[in-house]
Ligand binder design. Sequence first.
Ligand code: EPU
Length: 451
Amino acid sequence: MAKLLTIQGGKPLSGRVEVRGAKNLVPKAMVASLLGDEPSVLRNVPEIKDVDIVTALLQAHGVQVEHDRATGSLSMDPAKASKADSAEIDAHAGDSRIPILFCGPLMHRLGEAFIPDLGGCRIGDRPIDFHLEMLRQFGADVQKLPSGIHLSAPASGLRGAKLHLPYPSVGATEQVLLTAVKAEGITELSGAAVEPEIHDLIAILQQMGAIITVQTDRTIRIEGVERLRGYNHLAIPDRNESASWASAALVTQGDIFVQGAMQRDLTAFLNVYRKVGGEFDVHDDGIRFYHSGEALRPLVLETDVHPGYMTDWQQPMVVVLTQAAGVSIVHETVYENRFGFTNVLRQMGANIQLHRECLGSTPCRFGQRNFLHSAVISGPAKLKGTDFDIPDLRGGFSHLIAALAAEGTSRATGLEIINRGYERFTEKLENLGAEFELSRTSQPSFSTTGR
Ligand code: EPU
């Protein structure tokens, strides 16, 4: 029986939530442990599904993993790392995108790697062409099979290379880092992504013994070393979860202290939050986000790679903009298909039109193609409750905060998706005073158009 969340909306969320280690760093830091010849310890680890998936994949490869859930400390010992049984790897096909990052570490360790079909949120095609091209340039042989991808390193080992990314992909940059640190010679990557989570991964690799220089022009230079040690690291807090709760405070006219939110990694978000009329107070241990009581203001917003406004902050902010007095424009330039979630918002009474044109100052990769990647939002709209199936992580969070602000009852299925990136979600909602009930339903999901 599937889980059903029944929400009574219209109540401001107020109180305190804690965010722990970033979903977009922690699983990658776990993969990095495979590169060391000593145990590693990662702290501030949240209880989310991606952590469970990577734990299972590491264990399938002979890594001993111990997760102290109470303290959030995860220890990983790769001493007995070995080839995994393909059935054990296959069990995780379609679950997450992280397995692709096992390529470099496994080739360094075992000479080969097998990667199952990938999963992740349905927000566009999400190809892996950059990853495979980078790995080929390190000298890997890449074979695509019906069940996944088989890669092998040449007998002489992987070699450093001069690489360029046509777009600053976060995952492909991490792929290069996790491969180059132990490849022979020097790797230079231009057009790299420089998100805070990448800097945190670099900090981990440096602790392990890697030599990595990040230049201001998106070039990363890595001098390969023969061996790496273990690491002991406190993961950076999840800035996407922080931004999500901050948006929830505005949408529900509430007041939320996000313990762990870090100003430095949220600069672009906080600028937009202020422009839209949201209030925030920065404290040493977190940030208080709240609605001032004044009408929210519309704005023009474009998502971008770091240091721009992150694509993962877009969906919750769109819900905020449905409540602003006037017309807002949002241009999504990172993923071609990240507005499908607006169908449910329209069903709730929001006024949102989607366009194929680039409605922003920068023409993006999707402009001349058939993608609805710009949104025009007119507010304020009175939202009313509805039934929906959670389509993806950020879109789903957005539906839930819209339902919490809406008049009347909403019912949601597909709650498991939220657990991919928001730990103890319903417990946090309860602490914030949300009115909801969790039950079981024989109906697997509400059919919602526009995934
Ligand atoms: N791209 C390609 N080819 C590739 C790789 C990427 O064309 O081989 C394109 C993608 O299709 C996309 C763009 O490059 O249009 C950026 O993708 P990127 O590789 O940067 O994304 P990712 O590494 O797959 C991570 C986060 C996402 C976050 C993006 C952008 C993880 C596990 N995921 O994805 O997080 O949106 O970076 O910052 O780190 C989320 O948390 O909900 C989420 C989707």
